[in-house]
Design a protein around this ligand. Structure first.
Ligand code: WTA
Length: 669
């Protein structure tokens, strides 16, 4: 990508916060002013939300960048902050988790229940020889034991490494080995798409390759037969029999809390390391401020899997540190029917919903009548995370889920940032559909050009300036890779000046009002006839057409224009995309994009039934590029459903279609 990024689309709609929300909002516009002059001092005030056993001596130590230390000398116990203190404050009978199993079974877990279970699990792990600093791998379905396991690890200072329950033997084994985990906590299986899906066999195969593992603790969820080895122990025969009394011990603010692997586009996964005090401070504050959490009345539901950072920060540490009541759901949104999510919202009177654009677009595809069949009036805040949300998906979310009144907060952050970084505040910000708006109080994000100069209005690279409390501390076991990946593109790490600047890997643009628009990973940005065009903008233009539910765009090498734009489009469920009707629609869509973004952005359009997605729901554009450039597919191991690519290849491969010159012909302005 050269100096800046084209700024093609414009969005004029804006939605002020509902006055009644503003009147009672947890945070007002004053927070930005309070934080601006001295971010560390602002964060020190937010750290008072937590219960510290020993107060810090120094808020921030940034003397050895890019290695930050927050709340130096402070000591606390994370599990105490997430559980015990709520019970001590008389809220033991408050529901912590309304758990809903996929088959329709449910469990209600109060804070007092959680305290007993976490204490039992902490005692068991200790008996198994796990001590502070030992790593524990967690490979579980979305069941309450996953939360209990994580909190028990935190309670005894053993960093957890949660591995998404859908990952393969290979992925699990690599992560266990990299972290050198001593214990693995798993289950016989979980329920997925209407039937039991085994986990234990995957663990057995992985553990056979991982000599560091001494014990495997197995939760019984499905009751299916499992092979049993000498390292294996049942959760119900150990944890559930253990003492429910456990004295939490305080740990240093910089004690490692967890490792979470992110798989990036190339190379082996990176073990992102997060620590204790700074992480919990930012996650607790952002969960409370961005969702305007009213702890006595709100019911929060983060629909992300616990194996992603969103699940760590907004299903475990954020809501529980705040003493919230929340919903946890085991299964998929389409089992047993397309209204499953809205049924759950209706059943538990969910007031805060946090999900991903991929899910919102899927719901759009299924049709407006599905959510219309449920009472969604309890919803008052809607969150989005994980990918840029297209303006039309944003509008749909607000209208069909948020009854045209609930603010949509589009939250930008990363596994690496630990906590939310860029987001509206629901009682303060007038939101623009598709924009994550501005950095949160205490955070400095910027859009810069190649030379790290701020781009006041227009597109460039999204960077973060100055350390923030929940920032990753390093990549587990690889400080050099930490520096190379995030700190060597701009600023001091690149040998330019004294300032350490964190490169996010994302492109963004800033509009006249200072609002930020995320444009996807810079690796995906296209260069067409010398212009940088973001895939996000073309995708959003497509999604703004009434027949389109979802679109993925890639640049395919082209001898004349450099790259030609290829668009893979999913139509809404009632649209005929076959034969003549389909041909006419593709022309219509090309023209629609050209009209919205200019003739240079005219894509070649093919209709597909599905898009390749990672297991966390992000579109894998790299694979679509392989198709568009008629290459053998690259690594598909993180793909959710590998059959999708066969269908797409077949759809793309009209005899002329799989050759790049055809894309060029049909995309010439
Ligand atoms: C993307 C998820 C646009 C972005 C918390 C980022 C987003 C990556 C948004 C991190 C958003 C996340 N708008 N893009 N609101 N949120 N992203 O590590 O490319 O799973 O760098 O963390 O997702 O993904 P991760």
């Amino acid at each position: 990508m050269s100096t800046t990024l084209g700024n093609l689309s414009t969005e004029t709609r804006a939605f002020a916060p509902p006055p009644e929300l503003t009147a009672q909002a947890n945070v007002t516009a004053a927070a930005y002013d309070e934080a601006a002059p001295d971010a560390p001092a602002f964060w020190a005030r937010q750290a008072e939300r937590l219960t510290w056993v020993r107060k810090w001596d120094q808020v921030l130590d940034w003397s050895n960048p890019p290695f930050a230390k927050w709340f130096v000398g402070g000591e606390l116990n994370i599990a105490y902050n997430c559980v015990d203190r709520h019970v001590e404050a008389g809220r033991g009978e408050k529901v912590a988790i309304h758990w809903e199993g996929e088959p329709g079974d449910s469990r209600t877990i109060t804070y007092a229940d959680l305290l007993r279970s976490v204490s039992q699990a902490a005692n068991t792990l200790t008996e198994l020889g796990v001590t502070a600093g030992d790593r524990v791998a967690v490979y579980l379905p979305m069941i309450p034991e996953a939360v209990v396991a994580m909190l028990a690890c935190a309670r005894i200072g053993a960093p957890h490494s949660v591995v998404f329950g859908g990952y393969s033997v290979e992925a699990l084994a690599t992560r266990i080995q990299d972290a050198g985990a001593k214990v693995v906590i798993t289950a016989d299986g979980g329920y997925r798409r209407g039937s039991p899906s085994a986990l234990k066999p995957t663990v057995d195969d992985a553990v056979a390759r991982c000599p560091s593992v001494e014990r495997v603790l197995v939760v019984r969820r499905t009751g299916e037969d499992v092979a049993w080895g000498e390292k294996d122990l049942w959760w119900h025969e150990t944890v559930e029999q253990a003492s429910d009394q456990h004295e939490p011990q305080a740990f240093d603010s910089e004690h490692p809390l967890f490792i979470l692997y992110t798989s990036g586009t190339t190379g082996r996964p990176k073990g992102i390391l997060h620590t204790t005090g700074g992480y919990l401070t930012q996650v607790s504050y952002t969960h409370w401020s961005v969702f305007d959490l009213k702890v006595d009345t709100d019911v929060h539901w983060c629909a992300a899997d616990i194996g992603w950072i969103t699940g760590h920060s907004h299903l475990v540490y954020g809501p529980l540190s705040n003493g919230a009541t929340q919903v946890m759901y085991e299964g998929t949104p389409d089992t047993p029917h397309h209204g499953r999510f809205w049924e759950i919202v209706d059943k538990y009177r969910v007031s805060i919903l946090y999900t991903a654009p991929t899910l919102i677009r899927t719901m759009m595809k299924w049709g407006d009548d599905v959510p219309a069949g449920y009472d969604l009036s309890s919803l008052r805040i809607l969150g989005s995370v994980g990918e840029p949300i297209n303006p039309e998906a944003w509008m749909w979310y607000r209208k069909h889920i948020g009854h045209d009144n609930a603010p949509v907060v589009d939250t930008w952050w990363q596994t690496e940032t630990g906590g939310m970084m860029i987001s509206p505040l629901p009682g303060v910000t007038a939101t623009k559909p598709g924009s994550a708006m501005t950095p949160l109080p205490g955070i400095t994000a910027d859009v810069v050009d190649d030379a790290a100069e701020s781009v006041p209005n227009g597109g460039g690279f999204l960077v973060l300036r100055g350390p923030w409390p929940a920032m990753l501390r390093t990549i587990w076991g690889d400080d050099k890779r930490f520096i190379d990946t995030y700190w060597s593109r701009f600023g001091a790490g690149a040998g330019a000046g004294d300032e350490w600047i964190y490169f996010t890997g994302d492109g963004a643009k800033r509009d006249e009002d200072g609002a930020l628009w995320l444009l996807g990973r810079v690796d995906d940005i296209m260069v067409v006839s010398g212009h940088n065009i973001s895939t996000t903008e073309v995708e959003s233009a497509l999604v703004s057409h009434p027949v389109v539910a979802e679109a993925a765009v890639v640049g395919a090498a082209d001898p004349i224009t450099g790259q030609a734009i290829a668009a893979f489009v999913i139509a809404r469920s009632n649209v005929d995309t076959t034969g003549r009707a389909g041909e006419e629609l593709t022309i219509d869509l090309r023209n629609h994009v050209a009209k919205t973004l200019g003739p240079i952005a005219k894509p070649r359009v093919v209709f597909v039934a599905e898009l390749p997605k990672t297991r966390s729901g992000k579109i894998m554009r790299r694979l679509l590029k392989d198709v568009a450039e008629n290459r053998t597919l690259g690594d598909v191991s993180t793909l959710l459903d590998s059959t999708v690519m066969d269908l797409i290849k077949a759809g793309y491969g009209t005899p002329a279609g799989s050759d790049v010159s055809a894309i060029r012909r049909s995309t010439a302005p």
